[in-house]
Ligand binder design. Structure first.
Ligand code: ADP
Ligand code: MG
Length: 315
């Protein structure tokens, strides 16, 4: 089979961390043709989507995990699947990428579905399931935010709607001298929305990442914040631990699975803190390598199995 991975430049790949790398490596090991493209390598002419791709070879070498071949021009509908794995932020370039991919809808398997990606802001998406999320407000208004802070007991977390990797996530405490300045910074003086969420004290025990494949749990890891930080993200020093799904997690998965499936959001990362859903990661969810090491299970193999079965008309 032939797969295109639309992703960031290969120089950014971290050999023992990146989920995209693990998927490419598994696909290549099974004899599939794996190709790399940047979002800017896609183009449409007369309604036909093309891409400049380069054949990718996974080397496992830290300095150069992926070697790329010569640039080739392909019609995307001739390819079996496109893995959309560009990292956030979801900016203009991301939006246009999803619109270009519409040209191969129904012709090529798209992971994740471009329309699903457009509809699903990673932070706002979770708010569709208030029965499993912490109390959350999205507002650009300082008075509203401070009112909410008081109502949830004086402790909250404020985050940028388009943030990722823990960037800009801060704790708000009623009566704290920085409270006004933090709200002003995050809302850029009332000109941008921010998300404010009741503070979940169990965050010190970790933020669980549950990877879902077509609405079913693939596996999970726990990310524990380092001392003196609220944020559990691996990129800001969060430590990774083995974990399993509990009854809260199963309830969350049951609440979101049908919606995700309906929207073509096949490979998704849920973030769960203290049994509450805080984020639904759809653009390029990660964690599969850590999960594979901790559980001794070939999770990338399960993802590629699913893709193969889907293309063979079995999934
Ligand atoms: N409501 C909350 N209560 C306590 N800690 C939180 C809350 N929301 C987020 N955090 C902490 O901040 C980190 C980043 O927040 P998250 O919403 O996942 O945004 P990002 O997209 O930046 O990962 C989480 O991993 C967690 O450690
Ligand atoms: Mg997160």
């Amino acid at each position: 089979m032939r797969f295109i991975f639309v992703m960031d430049p290969v120089e950014r790949v971290i050999v023992d961390e990146d989920t995209t790398y693990a998927l490419m490596r598994e696909a290549e090991a099974r004899g599939h043709r794996v190709e790399h493209a940047l979002h800017t390598d896609l183009f449409v002419e007369a309604g036909v989507l093309h891409a400049y791709v380069r054949k990718a070879h996974c080397t496992d070498r830290r300095e150069r995990p992926i070697e790329l071949g010569e640039r080739e021009r392909v019609e995307v509908e001739a390819v079996d699947a496109v893995f959309v794995r560009k990292d956030p932020p979801f900016d203009d370039g991301y939006l246009w990428l999803t619109l270009l991919l519409e040209h191969v809808r129904g012709k090529t398997l798209l992971l994740n579905d471009p329309q699903g990606l457009r509809n699903a802001n990673e932070k706002l998406y979770a708010m569709r399931f208030p029965e499993v999320t912490p109390r959350t407000l999205v507002s650009a208004d300082k008075a509203e935010i401070l009112r909410f802070l008081r109502e949830v007991g004086g402790k909250a977390v404020i985050k940028p709607i388009d943030g990722h990797g823990g960037e800009g996530v801060m704790k708000l405490e009623e009566g704290h001298m920085n409270q006004n300045a933090i709200v002003e910074a995050l809302t850029r003086h009332g000109t941008r929305h921010a998300m404010v969420q009741a503070f979940i004290p169990e965050v010190s025990l970790g933020d669980k990442r549950i990877l879902l494949l077509d609405g079913e749990p693939l596996g999970a890891i726990l990310r524990v914040p380092q001392k003196g930080d609220l944020r559990s993200n691996i990129h800001v020093g969060g430590r990774v631990e083995k974990t399993t799904l509990d009854e809260h997690d199963r309830r969350i998965v049951a609440a979101v699975a049908d919606t995700l499936r309906r929207e073509g959001l096949i490979f998704v990362g849920l973030d769960v803190i203290g049994g509450k859903l805080t984020e639904v990661n759809v653009t390029s969810p990660t964690g599969i390598q850590q999960m594979t090491r901790l559980d001794g299970v070939n999770y990338p193999g399960r993802v590629i199995d699913w893709v193969e079965a889907k293309l063979a008309g079995r999934a």
